[in-house]
Write a protein that binds this ligand. Sequence first.
Ligand code: ZN
Length: 541
Amino acid sequence: MTKMKTSLVASALAMSFALAFPAHADAGKTAGVQEAPLRAHLAFLASDLLEGRGTGQRGGDLTVAYLETQAMALGLKPGNGNSFRQSVMIAGVKTQPADSTLKLEAGGKALDIAFGKDWVFAPGDATASHSFNADLVFVGYGITAPDEQWNDYKGTDLKGKILVMMVNDPQPTAEQPNRFNGKGLTYYGRWTYKFEEAKRQGAAGVLLIHTTPSASYGWSVIQNSWSGVERFQLAAGTLGTQLQGWMTEDTARSLFTAAGQDLDALRAVAEKKDFKPVPLAARLNGDMRAAVRKVEQFNVAAVVPGTDAKLKDEVVIYSAHWDHLGKQGDSGDTIFNGAVDNASGSAALLAMAQQAKLAPAKRSQMFLWVAAEEQGLLGSAAYAATPLWPLAKTAANLNLDSLNFVGATRDIGTQGSERTELGKLAETAAKAMGMKIAEAEPDLAGGYFRSDHFNFAKNGVPAFSIESGSDYIKDPAGAKAKAQAYGKRYHQASDEYDASWDLSGMVQTAQYALNLGRLIANGAKLPEWKAGDAFAVPRNK
Ligand SMILES: [Zn+2]
C-alpha cells in the first residue's frame, strides 16, 4: 500500500468514525463499521436463496461456505489451524411413540396417558433404543446450588432412577426475598440445567412437571417441540440421560395420587431447604424407540491476530449464530428467512471483522459464527466443550443475536454484563458513543441463559449479548411500534429482509460491540466475574 493510499484510507476511516461517534470520539483507535457491507451481507444471508439457513439443510451448508469465503476475502486468519471450520456433530432425534411401549405404573397399574397430549419423552443420549424398568423419585427442584447453600439431593443414590422434578427455582419467601434471585430466574431453574444435573446424579432419566407459570410458556410449546418433530442434540461429548421428558401437571397429579402421595403437599415441602428426595411407589416401564440420524454442522471461526507480543495469545470472541429454522412445511411460504434472527448478527460480525482487520488490537479477536443455536445452543456448546482457543486465555465473549433494524438509539442493552467486570467497560464504551446502558429488566424468563454467550459464561468466561436499546432518536413512537411488530414475525416465515430498513441502529450496535471488544482486547488484564456469582468459576479449559 502506498503512502497516499494509506492516508486516504486513514482519512476515510476518520470520517466514518466521526459519523459513528458524534461525541467523545477518540479517532485513530477504532475504525468505523460500514453500513454498505453490513446491508449487503444481511440481504444475501436473509434471501430465499439461502433457504432460511436450516440445520442439516442445503441452505445451512451454503451459509457456512459464504461466511468462510467472506472471511477469506477479508484476509482474516483461519480460526482452526488452516481451516475456518469447526466440526459440530449433532444428532437429529425423533421419538417414535407408536413403536414405544413406555408406561408410567403406580398402584399396580399403568396410567392412562397419551404421548403428546399428557407427556413427551425422547432419548437424551442420541441412542435409538432403550428399555426401562426404573423407580421414580421426586427430587423437588432437583437443584445443587453451592452459592445458595441448597442441595435437593442430600447425597441420595439416584443411579438408574427416573427423577421427577419441578421446573423453575425455589420461590422468594418473606424471610428470604432474594433467594435464587427473587422473582428472577436463575440458571438452576432452567430445564436445561435440570437435565444436566440429573446426568451428574447418574440418573437414567428425568421427567419434568410442567406448569405454565413455572415454565413461562404453555404445554402446547412443549408438545410442539417434542412430538412429531426432529429435535437436535450434540452427538458427542456432552450426552444427556437416557430419557428426557415432560409431563403435564394433570399427569403428575394422577401419578402422585396413584402412588399414594399428594403433589401439592410435596411441592410445598420442596420449597424448603431441608427437602429430601421422596421415592414414589411408581415405575417407568417398557421400551422407548426413536429415529436418530447424525449430521455434521460447522462453526466458522476467523481471527484478527493481536499486535502485542504477549497479549496476542489471549482473545476476545465475538459470536453470532448463523443458523435459523430453514425450510419447513410444503405449502405457502416455506422459507424461514430469519433476517433479524440472525442474519443481522451474522452480517454484523462480517462488517466488524472488516474493520478489526484494518485496526487490530493488542489481544487477538475471533469472529465466531456458531451453528445450531435454534436447536438448543448446540454450536456454542460444542465450541465451549472443545474450544479452538483455550478458555483460560479467552478474555470475554460478546454475542450478537437479532439486532436493531429500526433506527439508532440513545441506549444499548448489556444485560448480564453487570455480573462481571465487563459492566464498567460496557458503560465506558457506551459513554464514548454518547449512549447510556438500557435499564435492566428483571430476568423472569431466564433470557440470559437462552443465548450462545451462556455457553461461555457457564465455563467461567465473562460473556453477554449486546441488545438493542429502545430510546430511539428518530420518530420514537413509530420506531417502537416497528420494533414491537417484530414479535409477530419472530420465528415465522415472515422474518424477512426489507430494503427500506433503517440500519443506523444495526451499525451502531455493531460499532458498540467492536468498541467494547477493543477496550477488552487492549485492557491490562482479563476481566473476571464478580465474587460470589454462580458463574465465578475458573475458566476451565
Ligand atoms: Zn437467534
